[in-house]
Each structure stands twice: as structure tokens, then as C-alpha cells.
Design a protein around this ligand. Structure first.
Ligand SMILES: [Zn+2]
Length: 249
């Protein structure tokens, strides 16, 4: 297993062996549900707890309003001003900024380019994946930061797996149009269609030249593991999210 389970007080999370000790990072499991009344306040409190466990200042988290799009927030040193906006991913070389992604069945992806020291965080659902959001972040690492994708490590966090990611015909049509390899990542079981979200992102990363041995996937399905993770499809509540964080310092 490439991932280690860590527990700091009551906060449980997964870290990847390949980045362990190099950069603070993690994918949260179920966090204590307290503090605040609205879903927004509850999640803010959970972020606070997770940041404390990772020893990251919550104020250093880059504000992202995730919208299932494909826009990447690029933050380069020296930083002049940060304007919050609608982004589903971020890339930075700043040691003063931490990246956090919220998910509840979609795929959280954390990136680390080891030589140039660049980090990325991405929210990849079927929509973002069909738009190539991971490839956009990888392009930014190369073009905006002079990074090398051969030195890039990619961590795929907990998400819906093909066992539970049923899609409708309308989604199938979009994926067929946008993903050249759609036949590899969509399976038919009886008359139902299932999407392999992780494999789609792995294929996109490999297309760009990221070595297979640098791609690590935490193969736990959010829907199948109610003890570990929140799942929106299963629980139908907005009070909880999986929080994924990475920081250079
Ligand atoms: Zn499942």
C-alpha cells in the first residue's frame, strides 16, 4: 500500500509514502462534525481541525470556489495580490500558500514537482475530467513554472470508484465526445453504465508524460466505505466533505 493512515488526536487522514516527510499533505477521513450551524461553518471548522493536524496555518489556504469547471488558479512568487474566484484547481511555487480541495465523491488530486518545488491541487469530477483539468494543471507546471513532468508526483485521493460511479446516457454522450479513450473508462454491467474516474485521470497524466511509477492512487471508494469517508451520493448531505491539502512548508 502506497498510503499510510495517520491519526493526530481525533483527526484521521491518509498520506502517501512517496511524499511522506517531503511536503505536508493529506486526504482527510471523516472529521468530527461540530461547530457552526450552516454546512459552510461546519466545513470551515473541519478545515481548521485538519490544518492543525497537518501543522498548517488555515490562513495560508488559497480561497477556491469550486464549480465543476476547469479553471486553474496560478499563484507565482512574488505574490502581489490574491483575488478569490471560481477555480477547480490551483498551482503554486509559493511556500506561503497551502492548497485545499473539497470533495464528496469527486476525485481530489494533489501534485508535487520535486525538483522545481511546485504544488498543485485539483477537484476532478466527471465534468472537470472531461474538460482535461489535470492536463491543464500539468501544462501550467511546465509552461508557467518551468517544471518537468518527469519529476511530478500525482496523488489520487478517495473518490467514487467504478463499482459505484453509475452514469446516465447524457453523461455518456459528453464523455464519448470529449475523451478519446472513453471505451477504456466506461463499462457496461447489465444495462447500467459505470465510469472509472481515476483511470481516466491516470491516462490523461500518462498522455502528458508523467511516469506511471509517479502516480499513486488511494483505491478506496467513498460510497463503499461509510466508516472512512463521506459520500454525497450515499448520504445526500452538504455538512461534510473530504478535505485534501498540500503545502510546500
Ligand atoms: Zn464503490
Amino acid at each position: 500500500m502506497q498510503f499510510l493512515y495517520r491519526r493526530t488526536k481525533s483527526i484521521g487522514y491518509f498520506v502517501c509514502r512517496s511524499l511522506n516527510g517531503l511536503v505536508p499533505h493529506g486526504f482527510s477521513t471523516k472529521l468530527p462534525l461540530m461547530g457552526g450551524r450552516s454546512p459552510h461553518e461546519k466545513i470551515l471548522h473541519q478545515k481548521q481541525l485538519f490544518c492543525e493536524a497537518l501543522k498548517i496555518d488555515i490562513h495560508s489556504l488559497l480561497p477556491l470556489q469550486q464549480t465543476h469547471g476547469d479553471k486553474i488558479f496560478i499563484v507565482k512568487e512574488p505574490i502581489k495580490q490574491i483575488t478569490p474566484g471560481e477555480y477547480d484547481g490551483a498551482v503554486t511555487n509559493s511556500p506561503h500558500i497551502a492548497l485545499s480541495i473539497l470533495t464528496a465523491d469527486c476525485l481530489p488530486i494533489l501534485l508535487y514537482e520535486k525538483k522545481t518545488k511546485i504544488i498543485g491541487g485539483i477537484h476532478a469530477g466527471w465534468r472537470g475530467t472531461s474538460l482535461g483539468i489535470l492536463q491543464k494543471a500539468l501544462t501550467s507546471i511546465e509552461k508557467d513554472f518551468n517544471g518537468n513532468l518527469k519529476d511530478c508526483v500525482i496523488l489520487l485521493g478517495p473518490s467514487l470508484m467504478p463499482c459505484c460511479f453509475e452514469i446516465r446516457e447524457d453523461v455518456l454522450k459528453i464523455l464519448q465526445k470529449r475523451l478519446s479513450f472513453w471505451q477504456t473508462v466506461i463499462h457496461k454491467v447489465d444495462s447500467r453504465l459505470y465510469f472509472d474516474l481515476k483511470l481516466a485521470n491516470i491516462m490523461q497524466a500518462k498522455e502528458m508524460g508523467v511516469p506511471q511509477e509517479n502516480i499513486h492512487s488511494l483505491n478506496l471508494c467513498t460510497f463503499c466505505n461509510p466508516g472512512w469517508f463521506h459520500s454525497y451520493r450515499r448520504d445526500k448531505t452538504l455538512n461534510e466533505k473530504i478535505i485534501s491539502i498540500i503545502s510546500l512548508s
